[in-house]
Design a protein around this ligand. Structure first.
Ligand code: GRG
Length: 294
């Protein structure tokens, strides 16, 4: 299911990032479009668009209505990875098994490709061909801006940078995770509820579900690091230890993390109970996130 949704998203994004396509009457610089394509069309799991589409469907919306906002969210996520890989940030040469955008092109082009993916995200979220009402588009744009900006992903990245090489307290690590990684995953679920026209109570319920999935996603990421070839390092994860970052696993250990992960999954499943069989796909996705191997 995740694979077929990922293919659907890849096809959709490839169409919107076609080097021949014109934005109104304005030609788009080919190099920049190709760098954007490099940053997006490179084999991501597409978990966030999956949640947008499948939550909207679970709540009774036509899946077609979720496509534009789902693609917008993946563009935003991809921009964050392109910028995160830059020399001024994590300075990574590989992403999704391929050269990062600043390696394949150059640093200035990677900055611009990230910028252009971020703005394309909002273009797609409030797109005239989406079939969504203006009110729904505004709600999506506001929620996406809130969760990706200073109080969400970007703010979390700043806190993360400020705490490199320091022993951060558990509360601060959790706050960084919730903002940097969790906020976009929570948005992916809330967006599904906004598209389906959920009432306040349902939207809050789905937001909480998304929060739990975000927590599970980050913990699974930390576990993946220690259970990979970095395990020998013992204390912290290889990736994070190299970057001088504290992790919850370094504080509490692997067993605690596994138990906590099960607890998040249990709580998340309880929130889905009211949707019965309609939630089967989302239930399976919750387990996939918690047990993911990549
Ligand atoms: C630079 C503004 C700015 C923000 C960067 C998201 C982020 C903030 C940095 C990424 C660092 C990182 C590797 C965090 C761990 C969790 C995470 C977001 C992993 C990547 O997401 P996946 O697993 O990746 O969904 P794919 O490649 O499948 O899309």
């Amino acid at each position: 299911m995740l694979k077929s949704r990922a293919k659907q998203m890849d096809d959709f994004l490839a169409t919107y990032l076609n080097a021949d396509a014109k934005n109104g009457e304005i030609d788009r610089p080919e190099k920049l479009v190709n760098a954007m394509r490099h940053g997006v069309l490179n084999g991501g799991k597409r978990i966030r668009p999956f949640f947008v589409i499948e939550i909207a469907k679970m709540l009774g919306a036509d899946e077609e209505l979720a496509l534009f906002p789902a693609a917008g969210l993946e563009c935003l996520h991809s921009y964050s990875l392109v910028h995160d890989d830059l020399p001024a940030m994590d300075d990574d040469d590989l992403r999704r098994g391929q050269p990062t955008v600043h390696i394949a092109y150059d640093e200035a082009t990677a900055i611009l490709a990230g910028d252009a993916l971020l703005t394309l995200a909002f273009d797609l979220t409030a797109h005239e061909e989406s079939g969504l009402s203006a009110q729904v588009q505004i709600e999506l744009v506001r929620a996406l801006a809130r969760d990706s900006g200073v109080g969400g992903m970007v703010g979390g990245q700043q806190l993360d940078l400020d705490n490199e090489n320091k022993e951060a307290a558990e509360e601060l690590i959790s706050r960084i995770h919730a903002m940097k990684t969790g906020a976009l995953i929570r948005y992916s679920c809330e967006a599904g509820a906004i598209i389906a026209g959920s009432n306040h109570k349902e939207r809050q319920n789905i937001r909480r579900y998304g929060e739990l999935v975000g927590l599970a996603f980050q913990l699974a990421d930390d576990l993946l690091d220690v259970t990979s070839d970095a395990a020998a390092m013992g204390k912290a994860t290889r990736k994070d230890a190299e970057a001088g970052k504290s992790t919850l696993i370094a504080i509490h250990g692997v067993e605690w993390a596994r138990e906590r992960l099960n607890q998040y999954v249990g709580e998340a499943e309880a929130l889905l109970a009211q949707y019965g069989r309609k939630a089967d796909i989302i239930r399976a996705a919750t387990h996939f996130v918690a047990k993911r191997q990549s």
